[in-house]
Ligand binder design. Structure first.
Ligand SMILES: NC(=O)c1ccc[n+]([C@@H]2O[C@H](COP(=O)([O-])OP(=O)(O)OC[C@H]3O[C@@H](n4cnc5c(N)ncnc54)[C@H](OP(=O)(O)O)[C@@H]3O)[C@@H](O)[C@H]2O)c1
Length: 345
């Protein structure tokens, strides 16, 4: 390679074999630095978001999005700094947000990037609280489950990208929040920092009786499904009539190669839907991009963050090369907050 600066890129080396996308499915490669032509900008990646929902992009057949091809750069939300501008709307030094993926540099004609609002305390919030996870959470609360003051909302993955914003928005609506997470420390954080009323530690020995007691106390009016699995099983008998369920993801099943012990619970779920007139709605956060709801979300979420009503939590990891391992960590619950990679200053 010449003495020119190389563009490090993390590409998809192979499709996940074990359902959980291990770090081995990615490979670091180097390419020549891209050059900004007329009408283009050259961007230095400073931050990238690592999201479990991108798992579907690694699969050969995704029902949600176009799969990443083998050898292509891994996709993902990004923040970067304009280094060279040949575009009238951008100047060197502008901080921009886009979806150019796991690489040091990219070029853009401006159509797939936007400037980061300088009033936002941290540009990384565009990857979490003010990005797709935050938008999904906002849609869940305001469109899908429409939680009301005094109701009980249950949500798993309390510290994840969606879970942390769902919990905090539900508290702002005056709801009682019953969350779950994989460690005592995560549960403590959610209660102390966001006012989550109850957090069930999935790793605790007495998880089952604890969960049963907590769900039985108040019943469940809204359930935000991020993980499914044992927490959902425990909640199922305690859904109130007309409860609303938002199906956002199933973290607990991504690592399975066969049905969990006890078999398929779909019949049970369907019976409960009928018996208690439950409403279940699915979420695809990107459906809301560019809609009036997204505009309202940006405005409201920015105000919440600036006023301290929403306190985003980030799990910061240093170095582009750490992105694959960090992604694997999401599926093992190693992230303590929304995972973001610090690529460069
Ligand atoms: N539909 C959409 O538009 C959309 C958008 C974004 C995300 N999602 C989905 O929402 C879910 C959460 O994503 P996120 O971005 O908020 O989380 P995240 O920040 O990616 O964190 C993932 C969390 O999942 C939990 N987890 C890992 N393995 C698990 C297992 N076997 N059982 C239960 N929990 C497990 C871990 O937390 P703990 O183990 O500590 O709980 C981990 O921290 C995922 O299913 C994702 O695909 C959907």
């Amino acid at each position: 390679m010449s003495n020119k600066v190389a563009n490090r890129r993390i590409v998809l080396a192979e499709r996940p074999r074990y359902i959980i996308p291990t770090a081995n499915v990615f490979r670091m490669t180097e390419a020549t630095m891209p050059e900004a032509r007329a009408g283009q900008v050259l961007i230095r990646t400073t931050w990238l978001g690592v999201d479990s929902y991108l798992y579907s992009r690694l699969q050969r057949d995704s029902q949600f999005a176009v799969p990443v091809n083998i050898g292509d750069v891994m996709v993902g939300a990004t923040v970067g700094r304009v280094e060279v501008s040949n575009h009238p709307d951008y100047k060197a030094g502008d901080i921009v947000h886009g979806f150019w993926g796991w690489q040091d540099y990219t070029v853009s004609d401006g159509s797939d990037i936007e400037k980061v609002d300088p009033e936002i305390p941290r540009a990384t919030y565009m990857l979490g609280a003010l990005g797709i996870p935050g938008l999904g959470a906002y849609a869940v609360i305001n469109e899908l489950v429409r939680v009301q003051a005094g109701e009980t909302l249950a949500v798993g993955n309390a510290l994840g990208g969606i879970g942390q914003i769902v919990s905090q928005l539900a508290k702002l609506k005056g709801a009682r929040v019953l969350a779950a997470a994989s460690t005592t420390e995560k549960c403590r954080y959610a209660k102390e920092h966001w006012g989550v009323d109850v957090c069930i530690d999935r790793s605790a020995k007495d998880f089952l009786p604890n969960a049963q007691t907590e769900f039985a106390k108040a019943g469940v009016d809204c359930y935000v499904m991020l993980a499914g699995g044992r927490v959902l099983d425990m909640a199922l008998p305690y859904f109130r009539a007309n409860a609303r369920i938002a199906v956002c993801g199933m973290m607990s099943t991504y690592g399975l190669s066969s049905l969990p012990p006890g078999g398929d619970r779909t019949v049970l779920l369907m019976t409960e839907i009928m018996r208690r007139r439950l409403q279940i709605r699915g979420l695809v956060s990107t459906d809301y991009v560019g809609t009036p709801l997204a505009a309202q979300f940006r405005k409201e979420m920015k105000e919440y963050i600036l006023s301290g009503k929403i306190k985003p939590l980030e799990h910061i990891v240093k170095g582009l090369e750490q992105a694959p391992e960090t992604m694997q960590g999401l599926f093992e619950g190693r992230n303590f907050g929304k995972a973001v990679i610090h690529v460069a200053d």
